[in-house]
Design a protein around this ligand. Sequence first.
Ligand code: AMP
Ligand code: MG
Length: 391
Amino acid sequence: MLSVAEAVKQLVASAKPRLVRESLPVLNSLGRILATDICAAVDVPPADNSAMDGYAFCYAEAEAHNFQLPLSQRIAAGTAPQPLAANTAARIFTGAEIPAGADTVAMQENCSEQNGSVDLGMVKAKSNVRPRGQDIQVGQTILTAGTKVRAQEMGLLSSIGIKTIEVFEPLRVAIFSTGDELVEPGTALQPGQIYNSNRATLTGLIQSLGMTVVDLGVVKDSPEATDAVLNTAAEMGDIVISAGGVSVGEEDYVKAAVAKAGELNFWKVAIKPGKPLAFGRVGDRPFIGLPGNPASVFVTFMILARPFLLASQGVADVRPAFLKARAQFAKSGESREVYLRARLTDGGVAIYPNQSSGVLASACWGDVFVRQQSGESVEVGDLIDVLPYSQ
Ligand code: AMP
Ligand code: MG
């Protein structure tokens, strides 16, 4: 059996991004992946400015005048100051440019103004001045290709005056579910039937990565239907993902159909839930066959498929960001690496009582996975690995 780390490594290494670029307004780029490095053409801030409402002056001059100076100008944010007249102070407001000749701002709460002069109170030289370029300097690479654009990147790009950026077009991920027992929500269940939940789970997971879902619905458990859907999926998607039908039962047709349409590597990954994972290609499209159990779909998508999809989308860093938390539960070790659906609380991390691969409620109750390494038993109070999945 492959370890989870080895499986992820092989998946990511085999990702061949075939990415198309597009130009997008920064304001519409949330969640997209930068296609180029971004270099700053301006300093941020572009000039020294005041961090406070107060008075700007030259510290050496103020010292020579017992910190009492006549006022010579008023500088509001958004105006261009005059050079500061010698031995004077300027009334200044937060964000306004420091006039040439001034090097210090005294905050207004410590000053008193009378008859056109200001008593500057106690102030340290150079204080309350935000220097030009303190955030970003001209020529600096502020973001690199492969970075996911979050709200703060949108802000940073705007702060250097960038209005549109080059990003990668979202990958089209073709999905289908297999199983004669599946019916869609909205119809009444007949004996023997269950509702198709994997379709919706996969749709949400893929959309939350900023990718486009090509939804091919449900496929009957037959070789013909499986061959047909794989062909369509490979035409319509950049990557194909299926759920169910990859075990060793007589009604599992996905592996044979993939082997026929391309190439199949069937992996037993030492992960719980979700051991069987089919990986290969249909024509020249990468294919991942996830197990059918709803909680296994959630776990194997997040742990195995997600890094592959991100790497295929051009994301530079696809490593999962594990944290540590104190276990509020005890659990003996297992041979496979276990991903428990769990919840962070003030006192540590608690697990959902039923961790069966058919219990999707566990994933909704939780907001993190607890990773229990193969053979690792957990005692109450142990520091354990936790991976947030809610973002
Ligand atoms: P399979 O891998 O096809 O044998 O499916 C394993 C288990 O997951 C079976 O109990 C299936 O009924 C269930 N299952 C498979 N696909 C879905 C689905 N799309 N939605 C809900 N349950 C499913
Ligand atoms: Mg099935």
